[in-house]
Write a protein that binds this ligand. Structure first.
Ligand SMILES: [Zn+2]
Length: 472
């Protein structure tokens, strides 16, 4: 059925204006003044913003980690994402050395396809780069539409790849038209610092942060950026947390290297002191990179404002405090890394960013949606409000004041790291391809209604007709 969203203020990465939107056949059919259609349902958005649905470039739903599995799966995780104004997630498909990549991709399809309530796509982790892997990459890109590869420079003996793997991945990405993503921390140095801490009997959660210093992130970020320049390739640094890493990205961009940076809401509003909370509660804030000293928050806000960092991911990877995080009592290295963030990503950036004058409303849309869609080959099908784009829309009340709490959250974990935080603004209704997923703050979507998205090659634009227009 057709729908018309009337009287809302449309906000894109470029413009803010009042207009109506006609939705037809899952897409935006028309934008204009005083639209009417006798067959259309009318939705009044007076006093509300209408944003393009958020695109979260960084989630770990139902991901095995440290002997357990992240709590939010593609059901609870995408329902929570929708409540938070996100209509597309790109999740990380993990792989195992020596095994066919397709096996891992099939596993990720199996756990998402009957559950996801919003559209989704995958990045592929690369743990080794040899002839056998290289042979499989064309099919990963062409058949699966997976055009981004993730390399871990940390988690020694688990996910960590060596520099040869990173460099060869950059070369292959250049050749095939993919984007290389890095978790940039020096895993060898961290491994040494961790061993030393444990030998000295330092087992509390705060040592998670103290053994992963900002220099280790800055060094790995700089190394990855240099190797990107050498390979004349393209790089996206996930979850940038500190000044040292921002500086390395900024330097690389000034040299003309094709290097992008993402930060996450947790680094913008929380700091290292949270890991010192008593009764082991610091474990709720254990993820990597760790929370940093408070002055880094302003560095990250400024980097978003001036474009040194371009996107906001949630790095959603939730674990219960009770039964999962507490696996690390008496040994911080056994605390599963990650937190429940997916639902609050957009609200925090709006409230702390736009409302506090740190970024503009249009920057906010760019950072949470448009730039992500462009970087990961989903634009203009996703990430903007334009005729022909998917009708993924968020009707947002910019005035409501509320307190973030686990009590009202839709994520599955038993705590919320932003508990008690006062925010202004909230998504009221959220549509995915023209259908309500959330209506008047109630979930009305359908499990399995989310579609898997094949993405365009890096630098290409994806048209809604599945045609691809090369702009290089
Ligand atoms: Zn992550």
């Amino acid at each position: 059925m057709k729908k018309i969203i009337k009287n809302g203020i449309i906000v894109t990465a470029a413009d803010t204006y009042k207009a109506d939107i006609l939705i037809e056949n899952e897409k935006i059919g028309l934008i204009g003044q005083d639209l009417s259609d006798p067959g259309a349902e009318v939705i009044d958005a007076e006093g509300h913003y209408v944003f393009p649905g958020g695109v979260d470039p960084h989630t770990h739903l139902e991901m095995p980690f440290g002997g357990t599995v992240s709590k939010d799966d593609f059901e609870t995780g995408t329902i929570a994402a929708a409540h938070g104004g996100t209509t597309t997630v790109i999740d990380f498909c993990l792989t195992n050395k020596g095994e066919p990549l397709q096996n891992s991709i099939d596993q990720w399809h199996a756990k998402s396809k009957d559950k996801s309530v919003i559209d989704y796509s995958f990045h592929l982790m690369v743990g080794e780069m040899n002839d056998a892997v290289i042979d499989q990459l064309p099919s990963v890109i062409e058949d699966e539409g997976i055009t981004s590869f993730k390399v871990f420079m940390a988690y020694k003996n688990v996910f960590q790849a060596d520099d040869e793997t990173l460099f060869r991945t950059l070369e292959e990405a250049k050749r095939l038209g993919a984007l290389v993503m890095v978790h940039a921390e020096n895993g060898d140095v961290i491994d040494h610092l961790v061993k030393k801490a444990l030998q000295e009997g330092n087992t509390d959660p705060i040592y998670h942060a103290l053994t992963r210093p900002p220099e280790a992130e800055g060094e790995a970020t700089g190394r990855a950026a240099q190797l990107t320049g050498l390979a004349d390739s393209q790089l996206y640094v996930v979850h940038v947390s500190c000044q040292e890493a921002v500086e390395r990205i900024s330097e690389a961009r000034k040299k003309g290297y094709d290097v992008w940076g993402e930060t996450c809401p947790q680094y913008l509003v929380l700091d290292q002191s949270y890991l010192e909370k008593p009764n082991f509660e610091g474990a709720k804030y254990v993820w990597s990179p760790p929370l940093r000293e408070k002055f880094n928050q302003e560095v990250l806000w400024n980097a978003l404002k001036n474009g040194e960092l371009q996107t906001l991911g949630s790095d959603q990877c939730s674990f219960d405090f009770s039964g999962q995080k507490d696996l690390g009592k008496g040994d911080f290295t056994k605390i599963p890394n990650g937190g429940p963030i997916i639902e609050d990503r957009i609200s925090i950036l709006f409230s702390e960013g736009v409302k506090k004058g740190r970024i503009t409303l249009n920057q906010f849309v760019d950072i949470t949606s448009t730039r992500v869609a462009k970087t990961f080959g989903l634009f203009p099908q996703k990430g903007t409000i334009t005729v022909g784009a998917d009708a993924d829309l968020v009707i947002f009340d910019p005035t409501v004041e509320r307190t973030i709490s686990v009590e009202t959250s839709h994520m599955a974990a038993d705590y919320n790291p932003f508990e008690g935080m006062e925010v202004t603004g909230q998504p009221v209704s959220v549509l995915s391809r023209g259908e309500f997923v959330v209506r008047d703050k109630e979930f009305v979507g359908k499990l399995g209604s989310g579609k898997y998205l094949k993405r365009a090659r890096y630098g290409d634009f994806k048209l809604s007709s599945e045609e691809q227009l090369t702009i290089k």
